[in-house]
Design a protein around this ligand. Structure first.
Ligand SMILES: [Zn+2]
Length: 259
C-alpha cells in the first residue's frame, strides 16, 4: 500500500515550471555560433550574432560588448525590440545592437541576425559597377539579390558609418526588405535567416562567394548561376546545414575558447 502511494506521488509530481527563460540549447547554440563565425573568419574582434528568444518573440539574445570568440553562456543578454537590455544591471552592450532589434521588429520571419565586417565582402559594397552574385552553388542564396545600404542617405554627411540608433537600424531594415543579406557601404554586411544555423551557414558561404567572385573577376567575364539554378541549388545545399555546423563546431571547440 505504502509502495502504491509513493508511486502515485511520483505520477502527480508537478512538471518543471516554465520560467520563460530562453532554453539552454538556444544559448549554447548562440555561443557556438559566435565561436564558429570567428573560426571561419567572418567575425574578428568585431561583429556580432543574435537569435530571437524561443519563448518570447518580442525579445532576442545577444552577447554583451565583447569579442565574439570570447563569448560564454554567461555573457548572453536578453534585449527587447527597441534594443534595450531587459536587465537593469546589464553590462556594456554593443553600440550596433539596433541592427538586430530593428530587423526582428520589421520581419516576423527573422529568427537570427549576423552582422560582420568580412573583408572579402566589403569591396562589393563600394564598387557600384560590380554586384555580389552567386558564383557557385554554395553561395546560391545570393541569387535573390543583395541590396547595398548607403548610410549617407540615412545618417547624413560625416556620420561614423555605425548603426548607432534605432532610426538607423530601421533604415537598414527597410533597405534589407525581404532579402536575406544586405551590404553596408564602407562597413560590412548583415545577414538574416529563419534559423540561427542558416544565418551562420549563409554568412560563411557569402564570404566564400565574395572571395571566389573577386578571383574570377580578375580572370575575365564571369558566368554566374542563373536565377533558376540559384533557386534549385539553395534548396539542395541548405538541406545540409547540420553537416557543416557539426564540423565547424568541433573546429571552433579546438581553438579552446570557453563556452
Ligand atoms: Zn559594424
Amino acid at each position: 500500500m505504502a509502495k502504491a502511494t509513493r508511486s502515485n506521488q511520483r505520477k502527480v509530481s508537478t512538471p518543471k515550471r516554465d520560467t520563460g527563460a530562453p532554453s539552454k540549447d538556444l544559448i549554447r547554440d548562440l555561443v557556438t555560433a559566435n565561436h564558429i563565425l570567428f573560426q571561419q573568419g567572418v567575425l574578428d574582434g568585431f561583429g556580432h550574432v543574435s537569435v530571437r528568444h524561443d519563448k518570447d518573440p518580442t525579445k532576442f539574445l545577444l552577447a554583451r560588448n565583447m569579442a565574439p570568440a570570447l563569448v560564454t553562456a554567461a555573457d548572453i543578454l536578453i534585449f527587447d525590440l527597441d534594443g534595450r537590455p531587459v536587465s537593469s544591471k546589464a553590462p556594456s552592450v554593443y553600440l550596433e545592437r539596433f541592427i538586430h532589434s530593428e530587423a526582428y521588429k520589421a520581419r516576423g520571419d527573422v529568427q537570427a541576425v549576423v552582422h560582420s565586417h568580412s573583408k572579402a565582402v566589403i569591396p562589393f559594397g563600394v564598387v557600384p559597377e560590380v554586384s555580389l552574385q552567386p558564383i557557385f552553388h554554395m553561395g546560391a542564396f545570393l541569387g535573390e539579390g543583395c541590396p547595398i545600404f548607403e548610410i549617407r542617405d540615412a545618417g547624413g554627411p560625416g556620420c561614423d558609418l555605425l548603426i548607432r540608433s534605432a532610426e538607423l537600424g530601421a533604415s537598414l531594415a527597410r533597405d534589407l526588405g525581404s532579402h536575406s543579406a544586405i551590404l553596408m557601404r564602407g562597413h560590412g554586411a548583415t545577414i538574416v535567416a529563419d534559423a540561427l544555423k542558416r544565418a551562420v551557414f549563409r554568412s560563411v558561404y557569402m564570404q566564400m562567394n565574395a572571395e571566389l567572385q573577386t578571383t574570377a573577376l580578375g580572370l575575365g567575364r564571369v558566368n554566374y548561376l542563373t536565377t533558376e539554378e540559384a533557386r534549385a541549388a539553395t534548396a539542395t545545399v541548405e538541406g545540409q546545414i547540420q553537416r557543416a555546423w557539426d564540423m565547424w563546431e568541433i573546429m571552433s571547440r579546438n581553438l579552446g575558447f570557453r563556452k
